[in-house]
Design a protein around this ligand. Sequence first.
Ligand code: FE2
Length: 310
Amino acid sequence: MDKRALQGKLGRRQFAGRAAATAGISLLATPGLAIGAGKGADSESVGPISLPEGAAFTPGVYVDQRARKPIYLPGANAGYAAHAVSEVLFWTDQLMEHGMFIALLMPGDRLRGPRSEARQFQMTFAGHFLSARDRGYRDDGLSSLLLSTRADVLQFIEYKRRMQRAQEAGTLKSLVWPLFFDHIAREAERFADRLALLAQGSAALQSDEVAAFWTTIMADHLEFVAHLLDPQERALVADAKARAEQLYQTHAHRVGSGQLATMADEVIDFKTAAEHGIEAGQIKSIIDPSLADHVLREAVRFSDEVRRAG
Ligand SMILES: [Fe+2]
């Protein structure tokens, strides 16, 4: 199904709105977050953390509004600090949600242990996100933010890879696919590498690395979409799989940055249309709206990085 046909099927977007996006567990403010983390670990509530509203203090951080949640990007004239802070904001938000998705996909008493670890990571990255957002950073004052975040990213990678191995071995029986653990581990590994580079003072992106990383990430997303659609959404399942295959091919053979930018825009359009269709009840699926929004934000970040890497 082409984009026009997809949008015809989907119709106009119906927003649940930001209030719905932020409703959930209330663990407000940084001191409360620590208290909330303790409480949260004992209670059974699983879902989004409702963070206090706020804008990034560091000048030069741009917020793209194409998704339900803000997408943090460096602005046109961003210096080193704004590049670093926007990248930390973007990925700590994503890693916080990885913790939530994993917890949501580990139901029941049997999975209480690994679920509680996932929720702890969700809260840890909420804390890093707030640290990055609610302070104005200068070029010479970033190392503790970058290094303390990186230390927890490494812990989360260890958890994701451990869970992946257990799920593959059949000793963990969660609803998380091994590919999903692998995917979110790769995202965290790339973030850890970027944090190390940023800590050395470099915010530069290498076009080959950007292409290699994001084409596989985008292809995986389309595979996830294909497998979370209702089996009878045959045309959409086939469309998502065909788009995934095209991105895997792009990963293997490489294309120019202009073509890559066009592909990024097509992925954004597809995901936006899919999110609208799910919200409006026009597409049958088990795709959580917050997962649809999560992958849309990554597509926007992909598009931004392709253009910046040149
Ligand atoms: Fe992803």
